[in-house]
Structures are given as structure tokens and as C-alpha cells.
Design a protein around this ligand. Structure first.
Ligand code: FES
Length: 622
């Protein structure tokens, strides 16, 4: 059977395959927060022609069903069909997803006097060719040349020795030897090869970012990004951990992310005329689950009490073991993790933020699919993860979507008519609402008197924008188009729960160390979401503490920035290890008082308005 898509593409569907599976097999990915289980309601498609069998319509409204909108993962073609994929259902990379600015990273390396010292060292050697009078073996000859150059004990793997005889003769006994900082021989290469390359990779739950770096001078030759294809199996780490425990699931997830990396890298190398074997060093940075999945480790213990990962500090393994398509012996350094829910991405973030070098007390917040917080300075660091959930990325929100084209990113509400004015990414027809749009909308609805402090809609307002939908009261943000876009009371509750978890996380972490918010001199906001966050609005809903705006710094994707630093400098790698060791992890779920803090923060902006003086004053004036 064929599935024709309104843009002209045609996809084959095997017997028993639903639309979602058939599209996926042909490389067309839909947003599938629940991994195709018919629960999240995100994989909507419109059936324009042909007979289908639908097993469940889950979260679809009656109106949508009447318009032949269906869930791709519960709908099976019974003959050739024609479908349309709405913008909000397409898994596409928007140009609004952040890539960290790295212009200052090399300056930072200089400022901390950490010279370029990649994990791979290189030495030029010339060996005397063997003869009947000089019958020493190849390896003896190599060891002798090294000791003459003052290089101590070198270790040689079986793999290295197996390739040695041929390499030495092909290179006429004059060559570069690459070895790791702990003296493991990696490869021999032509003496003419001067430029050396490494890759720094951020494995985000949502995106994979890769820098190709010439580590002779630290220049970023190229960079690329893609959605993490593991998204096919679920939006958040928990869904993926569950998938990993199903038959073949772990390998699905491992190969999905490794293929993403190879897919980014391959055209880059071609474009710059770089051979794969000249890329001989890798640093990866990701949360603990991502690091486990990359290395093919069963992550299930991460979600089971007492939440212990297989490992936090990863030995240096080889690129070939991971399946990366570069020099197979290239060492892969994994930025160390702190615990199950504070990973190498946060360690890399603290490294890149430099908060661990300064005496001022700083707060580091990475608000992505999850919320991680670090507080501390050059003497101590304390960290916690608050399960904010992926609602800011659109999950669990009726018309939620990522910050890509068509997402409502800002909302203004007229105080008299309650009519909204929307800002949409790419000035496109609205397809849904992204995290910053939700924060904006909730703050506006609150200040314009449309919702109360508990996030409930006011009764008896003279507007048809507030109505009762399938899930209860809702505010109509956008009419018409393929679908209406609403913000429901349930959505508002979800966002309030997430923001309360983040705020309670900050409060409880500070309480654990006996400090008040006013001693915090700087707040670093990291993560892709951070780039589009309107600080004022986030304060107004009580997600961020009420502090002067100048104390906040957006520092972008610090996971890739930290990976880049580790790629170029052994001192940075050592500091990353120190940071991971130094960080005390607070498990909020068992923390006394967390629940109280959380409950108090489940209001707009908070039950204790004295914590939000700026918002209180604004509210009184409004
Ligand atoms: S409902 Fe189809 S992917 Fe979630």
C-alpha cells in the first residue's frame, strides 16, 4: 500500500504497519513524544483520501476527528491513502535552536593559562631501516627511537602492533607517532600530515551538536547540529530508558545517536577535504543517560531507586568501539557525570561558565528537557536536578511544540478585550506554542486578570476567547488554519508544576547550604531554551528568582563549550574531573522540605509575594 503525502512524496506501507511506522522507515519523522504509543497526541496527520483503520484517537478533539485528523501511530492504511502532515507534527530543525557562541572560548583557555594540549600527542620519529646486520624487531626499533627522544614507557595495543610492519615500510621509516596523554600509541601517520583534528560533541536529549576542531590551533573548522534521532523512541530520558529495556531497544538508541554524529561529520569532512583517519580525538558531553546510551550501557538502574548509574567516570575508549566513523583507535573522552540526574553536560557547563574559578557565589541553571541547578563558587559546588519535565519543549502541552517555525513565542493580551496578539517564529501560520510562548502567555493572562494566582481561568469575563474544551477551561490563542491553538487550564497547571519544581530546587539547594538568595551574585542560564527565555516574564510567573536583570547571564549551550575546552586542553579535562568530584549532589526527592517549597511555589508567582517584590508592585499597579 502507498501513502501519498500532499507535498508529492510517496511512501510504501507494509501490511500491519501504521502510518507513523511507515513514514519513519522512509526517513520522515513525526513528533512522537510517547514513542508511537498513542498517548501523547503529537503525531497528528490529516487523511485527505483513502480508507484507514484507526485504533484510538487519544487526545484528539471531536472537531479534529471530524476534519479527518488522526494519530499516525494508531492509524493503519487499508488501501492507498493521501495524507497531509501539519507543520506542528513534523520533526524539523528550526534555525531558532541555539548553537553556543564560541568566540571567547580560546580566549578563556589563554586566560587560565591552559595552552592547547589535546588528548593526542604527536612526535616525529625516524627509524633506521632494519638490515641483516641490524635485526632488531620493528617494535624494538620504535621503542629505541622513543627512548632516545626522552619519551618514557609507551604502551602498544595488539591492534597497533598488527598494523605496524606495513605502516613503517609504507612511510619509509619516517613518520609521526600519535599517542595519548597516558602514553598509549594510537597510530603512525605520514610526516607531511601537519593538521590534526578532533571532534567535540554535545549529546543533548533533543539535539546533537558537533564541532570539528583543528587542534593545531584550536580553530572550529565547522559545526553541525541535528535532532537526536532517539526522539523517535520518546522525548525524554525516561521514555528512552524504558525503550532501552525492550528487546533490541538499547541498540536502536545507541545506533540512532551514533548515526546522527556520523551523518553530521561525513559531509563536513568531505567539504573540507579532511580524511577520516586524520580525526583522531573525541570528547563527548551529555547527561548520564545519554552517555550510557552512547556507549551501549543498559541505563535502567538510572530510573530505579536508589538511582545509580553503571558509571560516572568513563575510561577512555576508542572511537571504533563506539562506531564513530573516524580513526578507529581515536580516544574518546567522556566528560564525567556526577550522578544519575546530573551528567557530564552540567560538569561541562560549570567548566565553561567558569563559576568554579571565582569567589562570588553563582547559580547555574540548565533549563532543558530537565532542570539542573548548581550553586557554589571556587571553594564548593552543590547540585540538584529537579524533574521539571519536558513541558517547556512542548511535551504534555495540548498544542505544545519546540521553538521551531510556526511556534508561538510571544503573546500580548489586550487588557480590555482580552484579545491576544501573537509573535510566531518565522512569521508563519501558528502551529503550536513553544516554552517561551507559554511563559509569556501565562504571565500575560495573569497580569491581565484572565487567570488567578492558581492558574485558574476567571469566570464571567466578557470574551469568547475563554471557553470549555475537551479538557476543561481553555484560552483560544489562535483561530482557524488547520487547527485552533489553545492553552488549557491543564497546560497551565503543567507549566506551573515545572516552574515550581525549578524554583523549589533553587530554594532548597540554597537552604541546604544555609544561604539566602541575595548572596547570589550571578545567575547563569544555560541550555537551548535559555536563549529565548524572557527573564522578566520568567520572574513574573515565579520560575526564576526575583533578582536584578543584570545578574542574569545567558551562556547558551555550555555542554558543547565544555566539550570543546576538554578537547583542546588536558588541564580542562583535569578540571572537569575535579568539578565532578567536588560537586555534592542533593537528591531533592528525599530532601526534607522540598515538597513544602514546591507546594508554595505552585502559585503565580508564589504564595509568599514578599519573595517577588517586583512582581508584587507590578501586580498592584495592574
Ligand atoms: S500519540 Fe502517536 S506518537 Fe504519541
Amino acid at each position: 500500500m502507498q501513502i501519498r503525502i500532499s507535498n508529492g512524496k510517496v511512501v510504501e506501507a507494509n501490511a500491519g504497519q501504521n502510518i507513523y511506522q511507515a513514514l519513519k522507515e522512509s526517513g520522515i519523522y513525526l513528533v512522537a513524544s510517547c514513542g508511537g504509543k498513542g498517548v501523547c497526541g503529537k503525531c497528528r496527520v490529516k487523511v485527505l483520501g483513502g480508507r484507514v483503520r484507526t485504533e484510538s484517537t487519544g487526545k484528539l478533539m471531536k472537531k479534529e476527528v471530524d476534519e479527518h485528523i488522526t494519530l499516525a501511530c494508531t492509524t493503519f492504511p487499508e488501501e492507498d491513502i493521501l495524507i497531509e502532515i501539519p507543520e506542528g507534527s513534523k520533526l524539523v530543525i528550526g534555525d531558532k535552536i541555539a548553537i553556543s557562541k564560541t568566540k571567547n572560548l580560546r580566549d578563556f583557555l589563554h586566560s587560565v593559562e591552559a595552552g592547547l594540549q589535546p588528548a593526542i600527542r604527536r612526535i616525529y620519529l625516524e627509524l633506521t631501516p632494519p638490515s641483516l646486520d641490524d635485526p632488531a624487531s620493528d617494535l624494538e626499533r620504535l621503542k629505541h627511537a622513543l627512548s632516545e627522544k626522552g619519551v618514557g614507557q609507551m604502551h602498544f595495543s595488539h591492534d597497533f602492533a598488527a598494523r605496524l610492519a606495513r605502516s613503517l615500510r609504507e612511510l619509509h621509516w619516517q613518520f609521526n607517532l600519535d599517542y595519548t596523554e597516558d602514553f598509549y600509541a594510537v597510530a603512525v601517520s605520514s610526516a607531511e600530515q601537519v593538521d590534526r583534528y578532533g571532534i567535540a560533541i554535545d549529546i543533548g536529549t533533543t539535539t546533537v551538536v558537533l564541532y570539528l576542531v583543528n587542534y593545531s590551533d584550536g580553530a572550529i573548522v565547522d559545526l553541525g547540529m541535528t535532532y537526536n534521532s532517539q526522539m523517535r523512541y520518546g522525548d525524554d530520558v525516561i521514555t528512552r530508558i524504558v525503550h532501552a529495556t525492550e528487546g533490541g531497544g538499547l541498540e536502536d538508541l545507541r545506533s540512532a545517536v551514533v548515526n546522527d554524529m556520523n551523518d553530521i561529520l561525513s559531509p563536513m569532512l568531505e567539504k573540507h577535504g579532511i580524511r577520516r583517519e586524520d580525526v583522531d580525538s573525541v570528547v563527548i558531553s551529555g547527561n548520564t543517560t545519554m552517555a550510557h546510551l552512547f556507549w551501549g550501557f543498559d541505563p535502567s538502574s538510572i530510573r530505579e531507586e536508589p538511582y545509580i548509574p553503571t558509571l560516572n567516570t568513563f575510561p577512555i575508549w576508542q572511537a571504533g568501539t563506539a562506531g564513530l566513523d573516524i580513526l578507529p583507535q581515536a580516544p574518546v573522552y567522556t566528560v564525567p557525570c556526577v550522578g544519575s540526574y546530573v551528567g557530564g553536560d552540567i560538569v561541562a557547563g560549570v567548566l565553561a561558565s567558569q563559576m568554579y574559578l571565582k569567589p562570588e557565589i553563582a547559580l547555574f541553571m540548565d533549563i532543558g528537557t530537565n532542570g539542573e541547578i548548581v550553586v557554589g563558587n571556587n571553594e564548593w559546588l552543590m547540585t540538584a536536578a529537579c524533574s521539571a519535565g519536558p513541558c517547556f519543549e512542548g511535551s504534555g502541552i495540548r498544542h505544545g511544540m519546540r521553538a521551531t517555525e510556526g511556534a508561538i513565542e510571544s503573546v500580548k493580551v489586550d487588557p480590555n478585550t482580552f484579545e491576544p496578539t501573537l509573535g510566531v517564529i518565522g512569521n508563519a501560520v501558528p502551529a503550536g506554542i513553544c516554552g517561551s510562548g507559554m511563559i509569556d502567555a501565562i504571565s500575560e493572562l495573569f497580569f491581565k486578570g484572565v487567570i488567578d494566582q492558581r492558574g485558574k481561568f476567571m469566570k464571567d469575563l466578557k470574551t469568547d476567547r475563554i471557553r470549555t474544551g475537551d479538557e476543561g477551561p481553555e484560552y483560544l490563542l489562535h483561530r482557524g488554519g488547520l487547527k485552533e491553538i489553545v492553552l488549557t487550564e491543564v497546560d497551565i497547571e503543567n507549566v506551573m508544576r515545572a516552574k515550581a519544581a525549578i524554583y523549589a530546587g533553587v530554594s532548597i539547594l540554597l537552604k541546604e547550604v544555609g544561604l539566602d538568595l541575595d548572596v547570589v551574585e550571578r545567575i547563569y542560564i544555560a541550555g537551548g531554551f535559555g536563549n529565548y527565555l524572557d527573564i522578566d516574564k520568567a520572574i513574573m510567573i515565579g520560575m526564576l528568582p526575583d533578582m536584578p536583570k543584570e545578574k542574569f547571564s545567558f551562556i547558551g549551550n555550555t555542554s558543547i563549550a565544555g566539550a570543546y575546552l576538554c578537547l583542546l586542553s588536558d588541564r580542562m579535562r583535569k578540571e572537569a574531573e575535579e568539578i565532578a568530584k567536588k560537586m555534592t549532589y542533593a537528591e531533592l526527592s528525599v530532601s526534607r522540605g522540598f515538597m513544602d517549597e514546591y507546594m508554595s511555589a505552585l502559585f503565580l508567582p508564589h504564595t509568599d509575594m514578599s519573595l517577588f517584590p517586583t512582581v508584587r508592585d507590578l501586580y498592584r499597579k495592574s
